[in-house]
Design a protein around this ligand. Structure first.
Ligand SMILES: CC(C)(C)CCc1c(C(=O)O)[nH]c(=O)[nH]c1=O
Length: 310
């Protein structure tokens, strides 16, 4: 059974890696991911300056997933560019740098610096990044997304990707795909980010579970799997010449298989990695391998994007 993936000039021994935000804020965490069975590593979304993030409690594990309102705690982009400079690309594990400026200008400044370094790492631009006050997150503002991407391709000439929030309306799939299709250097889209602004209640204490935003936070884990799969399949259909990175609700080989069957080239793991640790990569890869064997598939290409309809 061959779990390897070659894409965007990269080669990965496993299709599995971390979702940005989980176990990737500090260099020691990133090194631990690089030493694990993960096929690649991505950094916590960075901003121009370091950020402590929101007051705690800001993350909670739930019966079927997680809720978080971390508030972009990160060491600042220079820290991650320095990590990207020192990273050992020869070990065959690509490094992705997630970028989420507090404004479009911040994102552009960071990408300009990244372009100057001309390193082998690839940026994943987080479109859940804040937009101008009074406007929804960038990914839900199609004009703002197009304006940001117009500016990005002017200052960042190489291949990059975007992290998308989940969409819930076919017209939104169409509208966002129309925006993204216009940028030939957009090599991949990662579907999905957490489902935003959920609210989880502690009945006994009659309190929200997390403190920021009066309890509102992004939902992750098994709760979001069906929405993640829909977004993967719908964007893979609309952008057949780009890669889709699947993210959302992967806790097993079967769920990784679902994402790839829906069209994902590779798969990110968030909540399950946070709760289980890096051993999740080895377990899920072994489960995926066993499932493929039982179905007679020797490679991921044998079933990628082949979901049918009854
Ligand atoms: C939600 C933002 C804080 C604007 C971006 C960072 C982010 C966070 C976070 O740092 O709170 N959590 C997520 O689940 N997804 C994200 O993209």
């Amino acid at each position: 059974i061959d779990l390897s993936v070659s894409w965007l000039g990269l080669s990965m021994a496993s299709p599995l890696f971390n979702a940005s935000g989980v176990m990737c804020r500090h260099a020691d965490e990133l090194d631990r991911l690089a030493a694990s069975c993960a096929g690649a590593v991505i950094t916590k979304s960075c901003t121009l300056e370091p950020r402590a993030g929101n007051p705690e409690p800001r993350y909670a594990a739930l019966p079927f997933g997680s809720i978080n309102s971390m508030g972009l705690p990160n060491e600042g982009f220079r820290y991650y560019l320095d990590y990207a400079r020192r990273y050992d690309y020869g070990r065959g594990k690509p490094l992705f740098v997630s970028v989420s400026g507090m404004s479009a200008d911040e994102t552009l400044t960071i990408l300009g610096e990244l372009a100057r370094l001309d390193l082998p790492c690839l940026p994943e631009v987080n479109l859940s990044c804040p937009n101008v006050p009074g406007k929804p997150q960038t990914g839900y503002d199609f004009a703002a997304s197009a304006a940001l991407l117009d500016a990005i391709v002017r200052i960042y000439p190489k291949t990059f990707g975007v992290k998308l929030p989940p969409y819930f309306d076919p017209v939104h799939f169409d509208m966002m795909a129309d925006v993204l299709r216009a940028y030939p250097t957009l090599g991949f889209v990662t579907c999905i980010n957490s489902i935003g602004n959920a609210l989880v209640v502690d009945v006994e204490r009659e309190l929200a579970l997390i403190r920021p935003k009066d309890g509102l936070g992004g939902l992750g884990g098994s709760y979001v799997l069906p929405t993640a799969l829909a977004n993967v399949r719908e964007f893979a259909r609309r952008l057949p010449d780009r890669h889709v990175v699947g993210c959302g609700g992967v806790t097993s080989g079967a769920e990784a298989f679902m994402h790839i069957l829906c069209g994902a080239t590779v798969v990110q793991i968030g909540t399950c990695l946070y709760e289980e640790g890096p051993g999740a990569f080895e377990r899920i890869a072994a489960e995926l391998s066993a499932l493929m064997r039982s179905k007679g598939y020797r490679t991921l290409d044998a079933f990628r994007g082949r979901l049918g309809t009854p």
